[in-house]
Design a protein around this ligand. Structure first.
Ligand code: ATP
Ligand code: MG
Length: 355
């Protein structure tokens, strides 16, 4: 039995999380002895209205009793400008030390895109580097020594690099046994150098995995020239952010790009896209990215607990999504005509037919 936290988030969050829950409930009854206990916890702008905080204490308390959580997107730019609001996404990563951000990009039959044979996973460092470090020194990680100059810190540690690499190698072992380390160590000799050295050090324990390494600029080039050449990719925070959006673009867009924030004790599934406020409340958002994020969560719960029923449930969801897309059941953003809730229903039906 897994306790799963359900956090809706902002914008299109509540709509896509609702469909994700629908799908989890459907696979639960089909995937043998998988048992999920869902527990709704408040986060985001709604929680601010009802609980006076975007990440209330009762939510943190509730999460500590769960095995994993699913989280809708949050409207990042609001949190960055309102002093009394914390960004729940960032704070949850920090609180639960969710140090690896797993972002697969896979081609789908029935989705028009520039490539049709992409199947890669970007494993992005999630706790340090340019984005995270702006919050160091009470928000002074990015600071102005004079009104016309900005200095930005970027921290790279051996510990963060090694544990990230380990997740990458573990994943590569279950896939094509190939891992690419992406860096810029010819210029950022110390920071990227330490990241690279750490990855190679960890790699010594994974003889079966072939390691290649790329400068980030060259990698961006190869990613459009021959994306099918890549399997697992490990990289630092900002490079991973940019490259995973690029990878999502190769296979049909943000509405299909899942993500998992993984730590040693806890994990949170969250689509990589934002809260898309301009289409919120219209029942047109694509829930696939959030649904596939929940499938990733089940897959890792399965890997961590050696639980075949969780892995089976993850595979069922994935095959169900492939089937809906192949049959043309999709939302507007990928040239279909279904609403968010119609898509959820179509997916549940597809999953039931797979059984
Ligand atoms: P953030 O700073 O939170 O990442 P962003 O400005 O990058 O936000 P996103 O919300 O990630 O913006 O996405 C950009 C655009 O892509 C959205 O405005 C929306 O039009 C579209 N989009 C993103 N996710 C979806 C989705 N699930 N379904 C349909 N359209 C989407
Ligand atoms: Mg974005």
């Amino acid at each position: 039995m897994y306790q799963i936290a359900v956090m809706e988030g902002d914008g299109i969050g509540p709509e896509i999380v609702k469909e994700t829950v629908k799908v989890l409930q459907a696979v639960q009854s089909l995937a043998g002895d998988l048992q999920l206990e869902l527990r709704w916890l408040p986060v985001g702008l709604q929680a601010y209205e009802t609980h006076g905080s975007t990440l209330p204490a009762e939510t943190l308390e509730g999460l500590r009793q769960c095995h994993a959580g699913i989280l809708g997107p949050v409207t990042t730019h609001v949190y960055d400008t309102e002093a009394d609001m914390v960004n729940p996404s960032g704070m949850l990563r920090k609180t639960f030390d969710l140090y690896a951000n797993i972002r697969p990009a896979k081609s789908f039959p029935g989705v028009t895109s520039r490539y049709d044979n992409v199947d890669m996973v970007i494993v992005r460092e999630n706790t340090e580097g340019m984005y995270a470090d702006r919050n160091l020194f009470a928000g002074q990680g990015e600071f102005m020594p004079d009104p016309d100059t900005v200095l930005s810190l970027r921290v790279v540690t051996r510990k963060a690099s090694e544990r990230l690499a380990k997740v990458g190698f573990e994943l590569a072992k279950t896939r094509q046994q190939s891992l690419a380390v992406v860096h810029k160590k010819n210029v950022l000799r110390k920071g990227c150098g330490l990241f690279y050295d750490s990855c190679l050090e960890v790699g010594k324990a994974y003889e079966e995995v072939a390691i290649r390494d790329y400068h980030v600029d060259a990698f961006a080039l190869y990613l459009v020239q021959k994306p099918e050449a890549f399997d697992v990719v490990v990289t630092t925070n900002m490079f991973g952010d940019i490259l995973s959006d690029q990878a999502a673009g190769l296979v049909g867009g943000l509405g299909l790009a899942p993500g998992l924030n993984l730590g040693d004790q806890f994990m949170i599934a969250q689509a990589t896209h934002g809260s898309a406020p301009e289409i919120a409340g219209k029942n047109i958002a694509n829930p696939v990215a959030e649904i596939l994020s929940a499938a990733l969560m089940l897959e890792w719960l399965g890997i961590r607990n050696q639980d075949a029923s969780a892995e089976r449930a993850a595979a069922l969801i994935r095959r169900g999504v492939e089937r809906t897309l192949r049959e043309g059941n999709k939302t507007q953003d990928i040239h279909g005509s279904l609403t968010t809730s119609e898509y959820g229903d179509a997916l549940v039906q597809a999953i039931e037919q797979l059984q």
